[in-house]
Design a protein around this ligand. Structure first.
Ligand SMILES: C[S@@+](CC[C@H](N)C(=O)[O-])C[C@H]1O[C@@H](n2cnc3c(N)ncnc32)[C@H](O)[C@@H]1O
Length: 494
């Protein structure tokens, strides 16, 4: 591959090396102890093991099916294509508005010829770390809020489906559906910057997302960003290529804003006005502190580690990797136009960008939140007669119009700091699984077999029922060969 096309890679080589250097065992220990305290996940601890790096270990016994811990989102995004189906809080990913709004909005957008989405599964570890899966999402993602060119003017929305007027009255809550009050959702809080992209379930979520990352990426009239048009261009590029770039932008924005807050408090503590720091020099120790949550995540360079699509000949591998790198570089250039900050310039190097993208590929849990619309229709279906028939006179046309898509859940990608330390086993003792009561984007780790004190918690990154060779091939994408009990037993003898 040719030398990096990004001049910042050379200019900030030392700072980049410091940002990508593995944190010391003591830093790791202190960081996770603080996080476990904050998230109250006292049943587990993080240990560093020379063989597999960090791992999660139990502090007590667990029975099968018992909750081990819940982990909060550090950075996450709903898949662009899923935004047609599910209207959720942009911070915690709870469904918002009302069941009527969810149904009306989705059918209304479908009636405009917008795309619909895919299957849902409540088991949430993402295991398809392949280029083909990202190109699949590329095809879906560019459809977000754009007319599908295949469907232009002839949406799948059926002739007998409810009229636009009916859908509007559902969305305006002029028309209410029977028993929907039992599925009430939080009211909608708009973005403080006035953009029409992000909505929240509460002022707490709105303010926290604004302060931690959105104020730099907002395209609204009252946003702090002077470069809204550039943000729109960046987002359009991500939606038409790979929406993981949106997550990478959130990580960079999060780090810049954290850096500015740290710098502000440093000046406040030293009793000097912050405006007197007129240099544009990067304060590396502050940048390292701001970046710390992401320094902890396991990562390599995305275009080097991404798996080749199955149907691709290995003789074009170098070209494929170069194309991936160039796509990331194009995205980075657009992001630079939008939010570049000279003091945090090393974050805009291609080297850092490539590692952030890979961090999501290697560590991500799929973000999954079950839909209240599914629960609502199941509830109606289970009503006794004649209440059921009476209710269905109103609800049936909407269910028929939604078809199989009535149950699509909120789907996205997230980085969960504690979960991302869990190592793989083909005979895991835990799984990531959302229960009925888990109505926001946090992840939930459940025991699948009894676990004793001190035992390592493991999950399966892949379908552990696949044959040995296929499992190893999939795990090669994560950069290791599995030697768990099951693999040692099934390994063919030489
Ligand atoms: C999600 S991270 C897990 C935490 C990781 N050990 C760390 O230090 O941050 C995934 C990476 O951990 C390592 N890993 C996970 N399970 C493993 C296993 N069973 N054997 C060897 N390495 C493993 C691999 O390098 C993999 O890419």
């Amino acid at each position: 591959m040719d030398a990096s096309p990004c001049p910042l890679d050379t200019k900030y080589a030392n700072q980049i090396a410091a940002l990508l250097a593995p944190p010391s065992p003591q830093t790791i220990q202190e960081y996770y102890e603080g996080l476990i305290q904050k998230e109250k996940c006292h049943a587990v601890r993080i240990e560093i093991n020379t063989e597999h790096g960090k791992g999660v270990f139990s502090n007590r016994k667990f029975e099968e099916e018992e909750l081990i811990f819940k982990d909060q989102i550090l950075v996450a995004a709903q898949h662009s294509s899923n935004k047609v189906d599910c209207f959720v809080c942009s911070s915690c990913f709870r469904f918002i508005g009302s069941v009527e709004l969810q149904i009306g909005r989705k059918l209304y957008l479908q009636s405009l010829g917008l795309s619909v989405k895919k299957e849902c599964c409540h088991q949430t570890f993402s295991n398809e770390k392949t280029a083909s899966s990202s190109s699949e999402s590329q095809n879906e993602d560019h459809l977000f809020f754009q007319e599908n060119s295949d469907n232009a003017g002839q949406s799948s929305y059926g002739e007998n489906s409810p009229s636009k007027e009916v859908l509007e009255s559902l969305m305006n809550e002029k028309l209410s559906l029977p028993f929907s009050k039992q599925f009430s959702l939080p009211s909608i809080v708009p973005c403080p910057g006035g953009c029409e992209e992000e909505y929240y379930c509460s002022k707490v979520c709105a303010d926290s997302n604004w302060e931690s990352m959105h104020s730099l990426l907002c395209t609204g009239k009252s946003s702090c960003s002077l470069r809204q048009a550039a943000i729109v261009k960046f987002t359009e590029h991500a939606n038409s290529t790979n929406d993981i770039f949106i997550l990478a932008a959130k990580v960079i924005s999060f780090t810049i804003l954290r850096y500015r807050r740290l710098k502000q408090s440093l000046f406040e503590n030293s009793k000097r006005p912050s405006s007197h720091n007129s240099t544009n020099d990067c304060n590396l120790s502050l940048l390292l502190e701001a970046w710390k949550p992401f320094a902890m995540g396991f990562k390599r360079r995305w275009w080097d580690s991404i798996a080749l699509p199955e149907d691709m000949d290995s003789c074009v591998e170098a070209l494929f990797r170069e194309e991936m790198r160039d796509m990331a570089f194009s995205s980075l250039q657009l992001l630079k136009e939008a939010i570049f900050d000279i003091e945090c310039a090393p974050l805009f190097s291609l080297e850092i960008y490539g590692h952030i993208i890979d961090m999501f590929e290697l560590n991500n849990l799929d973000l999954v939140v079950a839909s209240p619309v599914e629960n609502y229709f199941l509830y109606i279906d289970e009503l006794p007669s004649p209440e059921k028939e009476e209710a269905e006179k109103l609800t049936r046309p909407f269910l028929d119009a939604l078809g199989d898509d009535y149950s699509v859940c909120c789907q996205g990608t997230a980085f969960y700091p504690i979960q991302s330390c869990i190592n793989h086993s083909c005979c895991p003792n835990a799984k990531a699984f959302k229960r009925e009561e888990d109505i926001d984007g946090h992840t939930v780790i459940i025991a699948v077999s009894p676990i004793s004190i001190g035992e390592e918690i493991t999950i399966s990154y892949i379908d552990e029922d696949l044959p040995y060779e296929e499992r190893q091939a999939l795990l090669a994408d994560y950069g290791f060969k599995c030697s768990c009990r099951k693999c040692r037993k099934e390994q063919p003898s030489r």
